[in-house]
Design a protein around this ligand. Structure first.
Ligand SMILES: NC(=O)c1ccc[n+]([C@@H]2O[C@H](COP(=O)([O-])OP(=O)(O)OC[C@H]3O[C@@H](n4cnc5c(N)ncnc54)[C@H](OP(=O)(O)O)[C@@H]3O)[C@@H](O)[C@H]2O)c1
Length: 343
């Protein structure tokens, strides 16, 4: 079997496709012949050597990849409800960029017939992140005013759909005119291009009382301005930190990093406020089986009943993994990028 291995932090050249022995399924594991793999922005951060859980749980070398779809090859002795030949999709704490993988059964799900292999591979990571943000961190109510950054990307598109399903009014922020249509198709009521609009003055006109919830993976300045744009009782859900990550060169900009740290939104218990900031990283929560089961049950039900739709996918062959990383690192993509294994 083949897998993409990164031996040390660096650029696209660090993504090396290697031949390795086929893995053996443990008692509670399912072995999958992988057909499609979801690419996430976090995979780029792993390649840079800046992803905390990757450093903590694996180190180097590492095979990135949080999600796959394929066919069951073998099930462990204590696995029920799955059999060889069935089509499945799964989340995995790394190792997804492989042609064969063994995954604990609670992270594997029957693939809904509605989804293609590619759509299924691109479904769990972004929708689980969005679900965790919307349903397991805050209380979301009908008619809430919600602002979503990077709303045409993977997690952003999923957040728009889940908030729309709850009946919220949504401002979607996107970086580029070519992303506006995607955000509208996901269900956004208002779409603002951050390159051509002052998003904060426009937001103040659309939501004069402020935003009830803001979903932000930018960090830095956007977090501070967002905090000031919250309504009473409003919350910012932070799940990423784009603005302080390396630029396209892959090098950390220390000046930007320090500036961002010094200007970050701060919280002090002496100034108890009605507004607050919540943050999470799902990769530290893989052991939370109940949260995962609850989320996937709802998400699969919603997709099967056309209440949410899979994201538009762009495919790359596994051997062209560097091109997929170049694309997602550029910040210009919409929807999901998928690696395909045609063996
Ligand atoms: N906390 C968690 O558990 C968790 C789980 C999954 C993902 N995430 C985070 O969620 C974010 C979105 O992930 P994704 O996989 O769905 O990616 P994505 O949204 O498909 O792509 C990233 C988007 O971020 C925006 N962006 C802003 N600054 C950027 C920069 N300097 N370089 C590249 N892109 C930039 C771009 O959109 P615009 O230009 O339209 O803003 C870009 O399209 C990432 O930060 C990721 O690490 C967190």
């Amino acid at each position: 079997m083949k897998k993409v291995v990164i031996h040390k932090a660096g650029g696209f050249e660090q993504l090396i496709l290697e031949e390795h022995p086929s893995p053996q399924a443990g008692k509670y594991e399912i072995k999958i012949a992988v057909k499609a793999i979801g690419v996430n922005y976090a995979d780029v951060v792993i390649r840079w050597g800046l992803y905390r859980s990757a450093k903590e749980f694996v180190g180097w070398p590492i095979t990135p990849g949080f999600e796959v779809a394929g066919t069951v090859i073998e099930v462990g002795s204590d696995v029920g409800s799955f059999a060889p030949g069935q089509e499945v999709f799964a989340v995995t704490l790394f190792n997804g960029y492989s042609t064969e993988i063994c995954i604990p059964q609670h992270q594997v799900f029957h693939k809904p017939a509605k989804l293609t292999m590619e759509e299924a591979a691109g479904f769990p990571a972004v929708f689980l992140t969005a679900y965790h943000a919307v349903h397991q961190n805050i209380i979301i109510r009908e008619n809430m005013k919600v602002l979503i950054h990077s709303a045409a990307g993977g997690v952003g598109s999923s957040l728009v759909q889940l908030c729309k399903l709850k009946g919220c009014e949504i401002i979607a922020i996107v970086g580029g005119e070519h992303k506006i249509e995607t955000a509208k198709n996901m269900g956004a009521d208002h779409v603002l291009d951050r390159y051509t609009t002052n998003i904060w003055s426009e937001t103040a006109k659309i939501f004069p009382q402020g935003s009830d919830v803001i979903f932000d993976a930018n960090g830095g300045e956007s977090l501070k301005k967002g905090f000031n744009a919250l309504a009473k009782g409003g919350k910012i859900v932070v799940y990423g930190t784009h603005s302080i990550l390396p630029d396209k060169s892959g090098r950390i900009n220390w000046i930007k990093l320090i500036y961002s740290f010094l200007t970050a939104a701060r919280f002090h218990s002496l100034k108890l406020n009605t507004r607050s900031i919540i943050n999470f990283n799902l990769s530290f929560m893989f052991h939370e089986k109940e949260l995962l089961a609850e989320a996937m049950k709802d998400l699969i039900n919603w997709v099967e009943h056309d209440q949410i739709k899979p994201l538009k996918v762009s495919t790359f062959r596994l051997e062209n993994v560097a091109d997929a990383h170049k694309a997602i690192q550029s910040g210009k993509t919409v929807g999901k990028l998928i690696l395909t294994n045609n063996e």
